[in-house]
Design a protein around this ligand. Structure first.
Ligand code: 2OP
Length: 219
């Protein structure tokens, strides 16, 4: 049996879908969504390096405020809440639901995400897949974000398995490198066909989606 853990945003849930909440508010909803995501990740890295914890929900809100200011979008409190709420209603990529059924034949499934427990519970419930996961590990537990080794170390502890026996699947290149540096086995779900960051660490598998990972694992 092999435990498989998944990154959440961009791996299971389509983060680009937040653009729908921006339609009719900005001229380029996709461009806005891209800048918002970049700022969210930048802020999570910054607060980790500075050792000034704020959780991912707070940073997602601050990243929205920055992007709105940069793109001259005025958001009152109600509109801000509505746009932010898109993170609770993100859809699954099409391969995810059937792949989770197959991958659960390999062993217990888990999530390891920078998202808050509340964010993760909401989006899992929205998609009806909360019962698929034996463990949901959030950065909230360690008050530091991936790619800090402290958060990856939680995963084998929670699963009761040695790090080298846990397979972590992520679409995010920085997360591939971080998880490898922390000693996990890694499957890169390279949904966008991007090059690997050349930092001297390589994934154990590279696949275009999670169904291809199930094929590679023979489940
Ligand atoms: C995660 O879900 C932020 O995508 C990253 O941990």
């Amino acid at each position: 049996m092999q435990a498989i853990a998944f990154d959440s945003y961009g791996t299971l849930f389509d983060v680009a879908a937040v653009y729908a909440a921006l339609e009719g508010r900005v001229a380029d909803p996709q461009g806005f969504a891209t800048q918002w995501r970049q700022k969210q990740l930048e802020y999570s890295t910054m607060v980790s390096l500075m050792d000034r914890w704020q959780d991912f929900w707070a940073l997602t809100g601050l990243a929205l405020d920055y992007t709105a200011a940069a793109q001259r979008l005025a958001l009152d409190a109600g509109a801000r809440e509505e746009v932010l709420g898109a993170w609770h209603r993100l859809p699954l990529y099409a391969d995810v639901a059937p792949a989770l059924v197959r991958l659960s034949a390999a062993g217990p499934l888990a999530i390891l995400s920078n998202g808050t427990v509340a964010m993760l519970e909401a989006v899992l419930r929205h998609n009806g897949i909360q019962d698929r996961f034996a463990q949901v590990c959030s950065a909230d537990e360690v008050r530091v974000f991936k790619p800090s080794p402290r958060i990856y170390a939680r995963l084998p502890q929670r699963l009761g398995q040695p790090a080298g026996e846990v397979l972590f699947a992520t679409s995010n290149g920085w997360d591939v490198i971080g998880a490898k540096a922390a000693g996990l086995r890694v499957a890169w779900v390279n949904r966008k066909g991007m090059p690997l960051d050349p930092l001297g660490l390589e994934p154990d598998y590279e696949v275009p989606d999670l169904l291809a990972l199930a094929d590679r694992l023979g489940v």
